[in-house]
Design a protein around this ligand. Sequence first.
Ligand SMILES: C[S@@+](CC[C@H](N)C(=O)[O-])C[C@H]1O[C@@H](n2cnc3c(N)ncnc32)[C@H](O)[C@@H]1O
Length: 281
Amino acid sequence: MFKRLTRYLDQKKLSQEKNHDVHSKQAALFSSKDAHFTEKLRYDALPRANYAYGTYYAALQARALNIPKISTIEFGVAGGSGLVELENIAFEVEKETGVVVDVYGFDTGSGMPQPKDYRDMPYVWQPGFFKMDVAALQARLKKAQLVLGDVEETIGEFVKEKPAPIGFISFDLDYYYSTVEALKLCEQDSEFFLPRVYCYLDDIIGDDFEIHNHFTGELLAIDEFNQRHEKRKIDKINALRYKRMLWSPWVEQMYVFHIFDHPHYCTYVNPKQNWEAPLNK
Ligand SMILES: C[S@@+](CC[C@H](N)C(=O)[O-])C[C@H]1O[C@@H](n2cnc3c(N)ncnc32)[C@H](O)[C@@H]1O
C-alpha cells in the first residue's frame, strides 16, 4: 500500500514538473520575437492559438491538394481584435506553407441585433452589445475584408464574389438565429470549400452565466444543420486534447465541417509517404 502511494506521489510530482516545464516554455515562446510560428503553435504561445491551429492545418490540406489560395472567416467581429489576429496568423501561415490566405470578417458593424426568441439566449446577450468602431478597425486592417450587415443578407453577396475555397471558420455570432443564417454558407456548392473546413465554435463554453446546451444557441444550430444534411457534418475533432502540449479550453471548441460530397474528400493528404507497423523483434 505504502509502495503504491509513493509511486503515485512520484508520478504526480513528475507530471507537475512536466506541466511547469511546458508553461515556462510557453511563456518564453510568447515573448520571443525569433521563435518559429509552428513552435509557438505547438505550445499555444500565440494570442489566438485556436485560429492559428485551424488556419495552419487548413493551409496544409490546401497545399496537399495543390490549392494555392484559401479563405478564412470570422463570423462575429465585435471591436476587431480577433480579426486583426486572424490577419497576423494569415501572414505567418502564408510564409510557412506558401498558400495564400484571404481573411473575411462578418458583422452587423453596429453590435448584436434583436434576438428572435429564447433560442438566442437573451438572458446573457442584449441588442447593441459588442459595437464596432468601423473606421478604427478599417485603419488597422492590412488585408482582411469586413463584410458588414446582418449575415441574413450578406452571405448571398459574398458567395457571388467567388472567394477562394474556405478552410477555416470561427463561429462567434452568439445567437442561435445568427448561427443558423451563417450556416447557410455551408450549404453552398463544394467548390467553395476545402473538403474539411476547420471550425472554431466560440459559443459552446463561455462564463458561468452562459449555460450552453443542445437545445438553444450555437449547439442547437449545429445539431439541426447535421440533421438536415446527410453528406455534410460538423463535428468535434475527437480527443484533440491528447495531441496538444496544453489542455486549453479552445481544444474542446475545435470542430471540422466534413463535406463528404466534395470531389476531393477521399484524396490522400497525409504527409506520410508510406506507413508501416512492423512486428516487434
Ligand atoms: C461576441 S461578438 C464577436 C467577438 C469576436 N469574435 C472576438 O473574438 O473578438 C459577437 C458579434 O456577432 C455579431 N452578430 C451577431 N448576430 C449577427 C448577425 N445576425 N449578423 C451579423 N453580425 C452578427 C455582433 O454584432 C457581435 O459583434
